[in-house]
Every structure is written in C-alpha cells, then in structure tokens.
Design a protein around this ligand. Structure first.
Ligand code: PLP
Length: 376
C-alpha cells in the first residue's frame, strides 16, 4: 500500500459477476420490469424471511409509497428522526403530511427517542418513521408496542440495515436503499417489505402508474389491457439494476460480517490509542455496520481534523446534519430544539468503512486521526 493511496469513505464492490449479469440483460433484449426484477424481489424477500417484496428505483420512492399505501396524507402528522438523511423527511412532505421532528435518545444511542416521541404524539399523529442509524437496529419490539398502543403506523427506514435479523418485519412497511454507498448497491434502487399483503399489493401497483397489469404480462399475452385504479408513479426498477442486485445479494451477509469485523477493529484501536474518541452504540448489538461513526472529544476542531485526514488521503464525512437545521425546513416549520441530535452532530465524524478495506487501512486511518487530534 503506497502512502498516497486514497482511502475512500464507502466504495461499492463490483466485479466480473456484475459485468456478466449486465451483458446478459443486454443480450436478452428486455430491459425493465422483467424476470430479473421478479427474481431479485423473491431473493430479497427470502433473505429477510418475508413472503414478498417490491423493487423500486430508490429508497426515497420506497418511503413515499410506504406512507401512501398506509393512507398517510394531508392533515396527518408523522413522527420522524431529525438525525437522518433528508430523504426520510422529504418522503413525508411528498404525501402532504407534516413531519414532527423527534430527538435522539442520547449521543451514545443516536436513534429516534421513544420518550421524546411520546411527548410529541397528538390527535393528528398517524405514523412514525424509525431509522436504523449506521446499520444498528432500533428497538423494534418497543416501537411496535408504542405504535400499537397509539394506533399508529410504523415505517422502517432500513436504508442502512439490509439482511439484519428482524429489520423490515416489525414495521407495517420498510424501505431499503441500494444507492452506491450502501451495504449492497444497484447504483440507484430500493426494495420494500410490508406486513400486510394488501398493502404490498397496493405498493406494487402504485410503483407503476397505478396500472393493474405489467408491460411484460401484456407482451406475453397474459393481459390485453389494464385499468388505473389510483394515482401512481413511475418508481420502477429496471432489469440492469436487478441483475446487479441479484449478484450483490449473494455476498451481502459476508460483507455485513466483514464490516462488523472492521468496525470492531476500529473500536479496539480507538480504545487503545484514542480513549477520548467515543464510538456510539453497544458493540454487542447486531449491526450491518453501515457507518463508522465516532464522536470527537468536545471542543475538537472537526473541520481542521477532516482537512488533515483529506491531506493524508483519507476521506471522512458527517452523518448527519439534523434535518430540522436545514434552511428549507427551518423556514417552513420554524425553530425546533433537539439538543441531543445537535450535540451529536457537533461532534460526529464518519470514518471509512467498506469491504475493500484491510487491517492496514484501518491502522492508517486511526494513526492519521491520532496525529490530527494531536495537532488540532
Ligand atoms: C437513512 C437514509 N434514508 C433514505 C435514503 C435514501 O435512499 P435512496 O438514495 O435510495 O433514495 C438514504 C440514502 O442515502 C439514507 O441514508
């Protein structure tokens, strides 16, 4: 490994299998919503012990369809984490409902807080979106009981946590992401699971303009025409992406395991060399280890530390600027006080974590971080 080699934050693993799969789609002459999409849905459902799944063109589209199919709309309030990617909250706005920002539990457990959610629940609250930050699942049984006790729908933003036990099975619906930086990727893409087969059926129809039959079925002569029974969208997945997805899915669990190993290695090295740097979450908890989030010591100059890492060929990032602080949201919903999310954001730094990294890379990241902290 040369000193100059850049250690990127999140690289996809793509190889011969994906190339061959793409060529096979091109040779087949059928490019969208065909047998590969159906096979990808079946394989994803099986891995998550679900009876069925619906593939879409992004997790954002998936979250929108989950909320629509659960009848969330204008006049409704949806409890959302602010410490998430903006797509989680945008999906609520697409439906015409109002997002209500909820704080995180604390800086060591940056999940949406159940106690804060309880205080923000009103007559208008109809749903909650939980997000499995960094691949660590929220306490799903506790959220299910809360949702049931209040008569609310529970949606899981599972973008960070594919192939993790119970994720996707406790929510009324769940959406996963296959964006390029995720644990498995299709470039752009997503998948939806739902508890109730009628909800999933509605999602399947809304994914393609609300039409009652598929182009492939009409092509095969299984259907001559179609009806449109409600407003739908073009949120379809194509065969090229599904072919990549099928290849990636085969290695997802192996990659998740390796990510956990790397993340435990980070924990051990940080504990030994930088005891003032804190790693959130309980290391015993099962995780898809999507992000390597750490908390810098209070008062550190994060910008200078990130520049130092960059100058030494190491990418880093911040997950996340809380959504309630973005100007669009501040202008639309006013000021909102979420102390823990803001405290977490002020100290968070995301270090490189993906299956192409080795022990040597992790050592270099930790050593460079140690030098950066010593200087800044
Ligand atoms: C937590 C979370 N939710 C939703 C999304 C949106 O996923 P997509 O890019 O597939 O729409 C992302 C992607 O970065 C995410 O991290």
């Amino acid at each position: 490994m040369s000193v100059e080699e850049t250690i990127s934050l999140a690289d996809p693993v793509l190889g011969e299998k994906e190339k061959k799969a793409l060529c096979a789609v091109i040779d087949s002459g059928w490019l969208t919503m065909g047998e590969r999409v159906a096979a990808f849905e079946r394989a994803f459902a099986k891995l998550h012990r679900a009876p069925d799944a619906v593939a879409v063109n992004s997790c954002t589209a998936g979250l929108h369809l989950c909320l629509k199919a659960l009848n969330i709309g204008p006049g409704d309030e949806v409890l959302v984490p602010s410490l998430t990617f903006v797509a989680t909250v945008n999906a609520v706005l697409y439906t015409g409902a109002t997002p209500i920002f909820v704080d995180i539990e604390d800086i060591l457990t940056p999940h949406i807080s159940l106690s804060d959610a309880q205080t923000k629940c009103t007559q208008k609250t109809k749903a909650i979106i939980v997000m499995h930050y960094g691949g660590y699942p929220v306490s799903l049984p506790a959220w299910r009981s809360f949702a049931d006790a209040k008569g609310l729908k529970l949606v899981e933003d599972a973008a960070h946590a594919p192939a993790i036990d119970r994720v996707g099975s406790w929510g009324d619906a769940a959406a996963f992401s296959f964006f390029t930086n995720k644990n498995m990727c299709t470039a752009e893409g997503g998948m939806i699971l739902a508890r109730d087969s009628a909800v999933l059926c509605r999602i399947r129809q809304m994914r393609s303009h609300g039409m009652t039959s598929l182009t492939l079925d009409r092509y095969r002569g299984h259907a001559f025409s179609y009806d449109v029974t409600e407003l739908g969208y073009n949120y379809r997945m194509d065969e090229l992406r599904a072919a990549i997805g099928l290849a990636q899915l085969e290695r997802l669990q192996e990659w998740n395991r390796y990510r956990r190993e790397l993340s435990n290695l980070y924990r051990d090295m940080l504990r030994a060399q930088l005891p003032d740097v804190t790693v959130p979450f309980n290391p015993e908890q099962e995780t898809a280890a999507h992000l390597m989030a750490v908390l810098l010591p209070e008062g550190s100059n994060r910008d200078a530390i990130m520049s130092h890492l960059r100058q030494n060929g190491i990418q880093s990032s911040i997950h996340y600027p809380p959504v309630h602080l973005f100007s669009y949201y501040r202008e639309r919903f006013g000021k909102c006080d979420l102390k823990n999310a803001e405290m977490f954001f002020a100290r968070e730094l995301t270090l490189p974590l993906h299956p192409a990294l080795s022990t040597t890379h992790i050592k270099r990241v930790v050593e460079t971080l140690a030098n950066a902290l010593a200087q800044h």
